[in-house]
Design a protein around this ligand. Structure first.
Ligand SMILES: [Zn+2]
Length: 253
């Protein structure tokens, strides 16, 4: 994706990679080290544990492996969609999630720009969903791979032919679809919550096909955090604990 967006970008970026990438990469490395040292393998292990103990919904039925894999993939995706909506509506979660939204341009590196506490809380939530669901362990690994791959794809600044985009967006969240979610216009931020498939946005009527401005001119970020110099790595880590700019998307409309 980085190669593609370098040679054929969708939008001209006003803020250079040199300014944004150190923060995004520092957050990614922090999160990777943190997960390796703590709860990184917990999702898979809890799926194995739930299967061994016959806990959770799917383990109550004699499903074929393929059926349990497909249902796990779909329901975990629904769970992550729900978590994303909640992260925008609940002020405490929004404090963490807004770090992701303070990126002033979007590219593949934005996909790993998350506050470490959000990553840890997401893992706790995912583990709870896995136990409730009795998720298939293979599907849990597949889900993590799909989620990471699609998040990298839909945050990227690649120039996908419009025809390909219009076909793909019936199934997937494409870069043009997800860019709308990162718009400074609040009604647009409160749309397109999906991370991989577009199904849940269409079912729950949060799908927005086009932005108010054009894809190449829409402003990315949060109106209250438009100054790049205020968004250093340390400031991003401290951002959730600051009173300033503490507004949910809901209150901010
Ligand atoms: Zn979001």
């Amino acid at each position: 994706m980085i190669g593609w967006e370098y040679f054929k970008p969708r939008r001209k970026q006003n803020i250079t990679r040199k300014k944004r990438w150190p923060v995004n990469i520092a957050l990614a490395v922090t999160n990777m080290v943190l997960m390796r040292l703590t709860v990184g393998n917990l999702a898979y292990l809890s799926a194995v544990h739930a299967t061994e103990q016959s806990w959770g919904l799917l383990n109550q039925f004699a499903l074929t492996p393929w059926a349990s894999i497909v249902i796990t993939l779909l329901l975990l995706d629904l769970a992550i969609y729900g978590q994303h909506v909640l992260s925008h509506k609940w002020s405490l979660l929004w404090r963490l999630h807004k770090v992701h939204h303070t990126d002033l341009e979007l590219d593949a590196s934005s996909a790993v720009r998350f506050h470490p506490l959000e990553i840890i809380i997401s893992m706790g939530y995912k583990v709870a969903c896995i136990y409730l669901l009795g998720a298939n362990p293979i599907a849990v690994i597949a889900f993590e791979i799909i989620l990471n791959a699609t998040a990298t794809f839909n945050h990227s600044n690649i120039d996908l032919p419009l025809k390909v985009d219009s076909i793909l967006r019936w199934i997937l969240i494409t870069p043009d679809t997800h860019r709308i979610h990162h718009s400074t216009v609040k009604a647009e931020t409160n749309s397109n919550y999906g991370f991989s498939i577009v199904l849940w946005d269409r079912v729950f009527k949060t799908y927005q096909p086009e932005p108010e401005k054009s894809q190449t001119t829409l402003e990315i970020g949060l109106p209250e955090y438009r100054n790049q110099t205020d968004l250093s790595f340390m400031r991003c880590l401290l951002l959730p604990f600051k009173a300033q700019g503490f507004k949910t998307n809901k209150n901010n409309q």
